[in-house]
Design a protein around this ligand. Structure first.
Ligand code: ZN
Length: 488
């Protein structure tokens, strides 16, 4: 009954995402088609990087298109369509739509056979009887700071054998910014009051958690009786958009033993896989993680970029601060980020299915390991053997002291006329990545500067407020064009 219902529902939804299949680079089923290109989609769709070569309708084998997508992509897309529907009001805390999103997650956790992860909040006993962990928080960057109610939603898939008391967390935040009035949203006044559906951020991650809960439940039920498997906590965080409140509350009030938790895999924005390029932050926070990710990523055809530490901008950061290895799986920034244009039709269900396969394989691998994944504390050392010569180029910034344990280097000032100011870098930006390599110290920055000659163009990623921006920077010689001399 349930299965039949789902199948019918998915066929209806399938018709909705045909557009995505055709225009988002999922062109595999369309091979052999004629050469009439539909890449001249309107400018509004240009960001989807249309690569599919389309065709007369008769050349499209619709049945094959949908069968090739497979059941996980279909379920995932169904969840994303639903949670980003206006009915869910952009999932801003204390709205009706947010409460419905919480109930939706609980319903699917129950369907997947997960056990409740929390005791009653009245403190009457410690029995885990509810999927909800309520808490209060004060949102950041609001014009009207007041205490708000939130709730994490958690369900447990019990492990067995020697690993039953060892844990893995698979998480995603389910809150978003509603109509853009609360919290740290992009302050584009033209968007305030408009619905922010939050399809990629982060219906995509929640949908991933729901599909993985189903898939891993099934794996565990079919696994050999003598298998040794870690317990898994599926955890949907609240109030991430307003200061990572749900994950902070959870690590301060855990209902699983954090000391035996190997890892959190946090899915925050997994909907826009392009050219198979997937970023994973925090790969250096646990022993063996890089190898496990590469081992399972390569057969799936994923082009992984692994960053050793986190960006510090999503929920895994609170776990890392509690010395738990934390990964953040991320398909990248988009122009639609935190705006009314973050709609389900811009997402890539086939790509999401590949990412979920990666998370499933990595989880099963770690679940069966006899050793806990050990936490690797961040090091501030950077390169131990820096070349001694002065760089031939200068960025033109003065740096501020980084907060202990955070990623990146904050910029205190930018010199006028420098490489940095020409590229649009601003005071307050946090330097994160230089041509694919992390920047965490002054030494890292000098190591990069020494590689270049004047005129070279490098790609620098900075964090500005809640956004990540990738900027091309043309490097100049030390005094070229600068009005003042500055470090760096
Ligand atoms: Zn997010």
């Amino acid at each position: 009954m349930h299965t039949i219902y789902r199948r019918r529902f998915s066929i209806i939804l399938s018709s909705l995402y045909l557009g995505v299949v055709l225009f988002s680079g999922c062109s595999a089923p369309l091979q052999g088609s004629t050469e009439s290109s539909l890449t001249t989609v309107s400018a509004e769709y240009a960001h989807v990087e249309a690569t599919a070569v389309a065709t007369r309708p008769a050349d499209i084998d619709l049945r094959r298109v949908f069968e090739d997508l497979g059941p996980q992509a279909t379920s995932w897309y169904q969840h994303v369509q639903t949670l980003s529907n206006p009915f869910f009001e952009g999932r801003v805390p204390e709205s009706r739509g947010h409460e419905l999103a919480a109930e939706y997650i609980e319903m699917y956790f129950r369907d997947a056979g997960l056990q409740p992860a929390f005791p009653l909040s009245d403190g009457s006993n410690n029995q885990l009887v509810t999927y909800r962990q309520p808490f209060t928080f004060v949102p950041w960057r609001t014009d009207d700071p007041k205490e708000c109610q939130g709730a994490n939603i958690g369900g447990i898939l019990p492990g067995r054998g020697a690993n039953a008391d060892q844990w893995i967390v698979i998480g995603a935040h389910y809150d978003h910014v509603g109509r853009g009035k609360l919290g740290g949203v992009r302050r584009s006044s033209s968007n305030i009051g408009k619905l922010h559906p939050g399809a990629d951020d982060n219906a995509s991650g929640v949908a991933g958690v729901l599909v993985l809960a189903d898939a891993l439940s099934e794996h565990y039920s079919l696994a050999d009786r003598s298998a040794s498997l870690r317990s898994i906590l599926f955890l949907c965080f609240d109030a991430e958009e307003f200061g990572l409140h749900g994950s902070r509350y959870f690590v301060q009030n855990p209902t699983i033993p954090l000391a035996t938790t190997s890892l959190i895999i946090n899915l925050d924005m997994i909907g826009r896989l392009r050219d198979q390029e997937l970023m994973i932050f925090g790969a250096g926070t646990g022993t063996g993680l890089e190898n496990i990710l590469k081992k399972h990523g390569e057969p799936l055809g994923l082009d992984l970029t692994l960053y050793s530490r986190g960006t510090g901008s999503s929920d895994e950061a609170n776990f890392q601060r509690s010395e738990i290895p934390g990964l953040h799986v991320f398909t990248g920034m988009t122009p639609e980020y935190t705006s009314p244009a973050d709609q389900a039709y811009t997402l890539n269900p086939r790509g999401a299915a590949t990412i979920m396969q990666l998370v499933e394989s990595v989880t099963l691998d770690i679940s069966a390991q006899s050793e806990k994944v050990a936490f690797i504390a961040p090091s501030r050392d950077g390169d131990r053997n820096p070349a001694r010569q002065r760089p031939k180029v200068r960025l033109g910034v003065r740096l501020a002291q980084a907060e202990a344990g955070s990623t990146g280097i904050p910029i205190r000032t930018v010199s006028e006329g420098s490489s940095a100011s020409d590229a649009g870098l601003q005071a307050g930006d946090v330097l994160l990545i230089w041509n694919g390599e992390e920047l965490n110290s002054m030494r890292d920055l000098f190591t990069q500067l020494r590689k270049h000659n004047p005129g070279d163009v490098v790609q620098i990623t900075v964090r500005r407020d809640e956004e990540l921006l990738k900027l091309p920077v043309t490097l100049k010689a030390p005094n070229e064009g600068e009005s003042r001399r500055r470090t760096g």
